[in-house]
Write a protein of this length. Structure first.
Length: 415
C-alpha cells in the first residue's frame, strides 16, 4: 500500500470506518428488522381487536329458543290421549323423539311453523316414555330438552275379540269382525287404532254394528290369494269414560280360492262356482212356505261335522230336536245353516222346500258317506265362503245377522 486514505474514510481516524445507521446497527440488519416488523403486525394489514388473519370470534351466547314439554318431567298417571304436547317459543322445533323403554317410537309430526308437535295416536297405558326435543332460534342456535313421564294404569279395560284366526286361510267373503268386551262410546278413537291392510292393496273400510262390533271389508269380495293384516293398537285407547283398551296385537290371514255358491229356492238347486267356473250343481231343500229361508249373501262363519239343532233355541218351540245334524255350516247368528239332511226322503232334494229356514243337502246319518252331496260340499268349503240365496219368499238377511255385511251397498257401508 502507498499510505493514501481509502475512499469513504475520515481523515484522522487512524483506520477504517463502517457506515452505520441511526440505530447503530449495520444497514443490512436494519432492512431485515423493518421487514420483520411489517410482517408481524401493525399498519393496514391487522387490527387491534385480535381478529387479524380472518379468524372469526365464536358466538357463545345462549339460544333464545325455549322448548316446553307437557306433562312435566317425572309426572305419573298421565292420560294416554291429549296430555302429551311439545312446543317451542322464539324458535322452531327441529327434532322430536318420544320413545318407550323398548325403543319403540311414538309417531308424530312437527307443525309447519315449527311451533308444536303432537302424537299421531294415543299412548300405551302403564308405560314410561322419554322425550328428547330440540329447537333452533333465528341465529341457528340450538336448545334441547329431555324429560320422562309415565302413563296411567287403567282400572277398567276392554279387548277386541276378532275373527278370522291368525294364520288361517279363508274364503273371499270373510270380513274382519271385532267384538268388544265393553260397549264403545268413542268409536272414532277405537277405529283409528285398528288398521286393516291388504296385499295386493285394496281400500278396506270399517262399519259399526251397535256399540260393540266393528267389521272391516273391501267394496267387493277379496281377490283370491290376498294377504290381509290386522293391527290392533288398542292399548291405552279410552273406548268409554274410564275404560281403556288393553291389547296390542297383529294378526294376518290369507284368502284362498274363490268359491261362491248360489241357492235358488225356486228351482231347488245350488250351483257352486269356483274361480269363475261352475264345478257342481247340487239339489237342495230350502225353507218351507211357513218357515222360509232368508235371501241374500251369507258367509260361512262356522263348520261343524255334527251338531244338535233344537227348535227351542231359535224360536220354533218343540217342533224339532235333532241331536246329530251332520255337515253343518253356519250362515247366520240366528240359526240359519246349510247342512246335511238324513231324515228327509231322497225325493225331497231338488223338488220341494221342507226345512225350518235352513238349506238342506242330502246326507246319511253320521255323515260317513263321502259321496253324499252334503259331505262333498262340507269338505270343499272354507269358512268365509259365500252362499247366496235367491228366489225365496222372505226378506234379505240383516247385515249384522252373521258375517253378512255384503248385503249393504258400499255407500251405506262407508256412511
Amino acid at each position: 500500500m502507498n499510505g493514501q486514505p481509502i475512499s469513504g474514510t475520515s481523515a484522522g481516524t487512524g483506520g477504517r470506518r463502517r457506515l452505520r445507521g441511526a440505530t447503530g446497527l449495520p444497514a443490512l440488519a436494519v432492512g431485515a428488522l423493518l421487514l420483520l416488523v411489517t410482517a408481524c403486525g401493525g399498519g393496514d394489514g391487522g387490527s387491534a381487536d385480535g381478529k387479524a388473519g380472518g379468524v372469526k370470534e365464536q358466538d357463545t351466547s345462549a339460544s333464545q329458543a325455549v322448548v316446553t314439554v307437557a306433562p312435566k318431567d317425572g309426572t305419573g298417571d298421565v292420560a294416554t290421549s291429549g296430555a302429551l304436547k311439545i312446543s317451542a317459543e322464539r324458535g322452531k322445533l327441529t327434532t322430536v323423539k318420544v320413545s318407550d323403554a323398548k325403543g319403540g317410537e311414538v309417531e308424530g309430526k312437527i307443525a309447519a311453523d315449527g311451533a308444536s308437535w303432537v302424537p299421531d295416536q294415543h299412548l300405551a297405558s302403564a308405560t314410561q316414555y322419554k322425550v328428547h326435543a330440540v329447537a333452533k332460534d333465528a341465529q341457528g342456535r340450538e336448545s334441547a330438552k329431555d324429560t320422562s313421564f309415565t302413563t296411567l294404569v287403567p282400572k277398567n279395560t276392554f279387548i277386541g275379540q276378532y275373527t278370522p284366526e291368525d294364520g288361517s286361510t279363508v274364503g273371499v267373503g270373510m270380513p274382519v269382525s271385532i267384538h268388544f268386551t265393553r260397549g264403545i262410546t268413542d268409536p272414532k278413537a277405537v277405529e283409528k287404532a285398528i288398521k286393516v291392510t291388504a296385499e295386493p292393496a285394496v281400500p278396506v273400510e270399517g262399519h259399526w254394528f251397535g256399540n260393540d262390533r266393528l267389521d272391516f271389508r273391501p267394496e267387493k269380495y277379496w281377490a283370491a290369494g290376498t294377504k290381509v293384516t290386522v293391527k290392533l293398537d288398542l292399548d291405552g285407547v279410552e273406548g268409554r269414560p274410564g275404560v281403556y283398551g288393553k291389547q296390542a296385537k297383529t294378526v294376518s290371514f290369507t284368502v284362498g280360492r274363490s268359491q261362491v255358491s248360489t241357492v235358488d229356492a225356486k228351482s231347488h238347486r245350488m250351483k257352486v262356482v269356483r274361480d269363475g267356473k261352475q264345478i257342481k250343481d247340487i239339489p237342495i231343500s230350502a225353507g218351507a212356505p211357513a218357515t222360509t229361508t232368508y235371501n241374500g249373501q251369507m258367509v260361512i262363519s262356522e263348520k261343524l261335522r255334527v251338531t244338535r239343532m233344537n227348535g227351542d233355541t231359535v224360536g220354533f218351540g218343540g217342533e224339532y230336536d235333532i241331536k246329530d245334524v251332520p255337515h253343518a255350516m253356519r250362515l247366520s247368528t240366528s240359526g240359519t245353516f246349510i247342512h246335511g239332511n238324513y231324515w228327509g226322503g231322497p225325493g225331497v232334494f231338488g223338488s220341494a222346500n221342507t226345512s225350518h229356514g235352513c238349506v238342506g243337502l242330502q246326507d246319511v246319518r253320521g255323515g260317513g258317506n263321502s259321496s253324499m252331496p252334503a259331505s262333498w260340499f262340507f269338505n270343499n268349503s272354507l269358512i268365509g265362503d259365500v252362499v247366496v240365496v235367491k228366489n225365496s219368499h222372505d226378506k234379505t238377511i240383516s247385515p249384522d245377522n252373521g258375517l253378512n255385511g255384503w248385503n249393504m251397498s258400499w255407500s251405506e257401508w262407508t256412511a
